[in-house]
Ligand binder design. Sequence first.
Ligand SMILES: *[C@@H]1O[C@H](CO)[C@@H](O)[C@H](O)[C@H]1NC(C)=O
Ligand SMILES: *[C@@H]1O[C@H](CO)[C@@H](O)[C@H](O)[C@H]1NC(C)=O
Ligand SMILES: *[C@@H]1O[C@H](CO)[C@@H](O)[C@H](O)[C@H]1NC(C)=O
Length: 320
Amino acid sequence: MIWHIIVGILIHILVQSQGAQAVSWEEWWTYDGISGPAFWGLINPEWSLCNKGRRQSPVNLEPNKLLFDPNLRQLHIDKHRVGGIITNTGHSVIFTVSNDTTSHINITGGPLSYRYQFQEIHVHYGLHDQFGSEHSVNGYTFPAEIQIFGFNSQLYTNFSEALHKAQGIVVVSLLLQLGDLSNPELRILIDQLDKIRYGGNEVEVKRLSVRGLLPETDYYMTYDGSTTMPACHETVTWLIMNKPIYITKQQMHGLRRLMQGDDKHPKAPLGNNFRPPQPLHYRPVRTNINFNVINKAAVGKQCPSMYKDVYYKANSWTPH
Ligand SMILES: *[C@@H]1O[C@H](CO)[C@@H](O)[C@H](O)[C@H]1NC(C)=O
Ligand SMILES: *[C@@H]1O[C@H](CO)[C@@H](O)[C@H](O)[C@H]1NC(C)=O
Ligand SMILES: *[C@@H]1O[C@H](CO)[C@@H](O)[C@H](O)[C@H]1NC(C)=O
């Protein structure tokens, strides 16, 4: 702990000596080393929740601890296509919806009490197939995770305001699994990667259907958490869809070619941009999967308790 503090102070001095004008705080964090996830909360006082927060994300999802909640509704995301910009930020690949879109994509239903407006998509992925996703299931991590961000458009005027306000943000999370055929909307994003090889590169994407990214399932898990990048604000309602979507080996390769820096100083590859799991600290993780109904259908008789094995088969979670 003392070591953490000393390193934190050192980083503080280092950052300040770079000059507040030249280097913005935003750039001073990474996914490894002394500016990595364990130190985010020490680098900048405004990011203290990254270390002190007790409602942080991501988390490891444990199927045998999920709570079925009959109040959870079907999630609704508008179908129409929107244009935007896809950027290599040096931390992640981010698609941001065009600000002159006349028809916003609304995200409603599920556990949400408000209407949310789609704002951006983040991609987290590994340099190897064994890890890359931020959320894990029973300790199993996926090669990538796509996070669809919306802000509470009934209470707040824009995304940056909502980020640090109560009930400000929803994130719909898709876990990615390797497959022979990729999700078609995912292809629209991945096809642009050659043009954003280096940090700071961006390119226009004309017509993307956010809804088209979702797997074919109405089932999800939900919990209250935080953003997984600084400042780690605890304002996020998370939904993790209960089926993966697919990405090809070749597409993963395209992601792994991206670099953090510019073409003159490419620095390290962008991949491995995931935060490790955070403790749940007694938060419930709810689901709209009614285990009893699924078990009855699968086994043909009433089951008094949850059979996680049957559930896994019923929802094709089994990693392959
Ligand atoms: C959209 O963003 C661009 C660049 O940030 C800005 O120049 C433009 O005025 C914005 N348009 C609207 C409609 O807000
Ligand atoms: C999204 O919600 C706003 C506010 O209710 C509404 O004006 C708009 O038409 C909705 N968008 C769609 C595509 O339904
Ligand atoms: C977001 O809304 C706040 C409050 O209305 C405003 O002060 C801020 O300038 C807006 N930010 C952007 C990026 O539009």
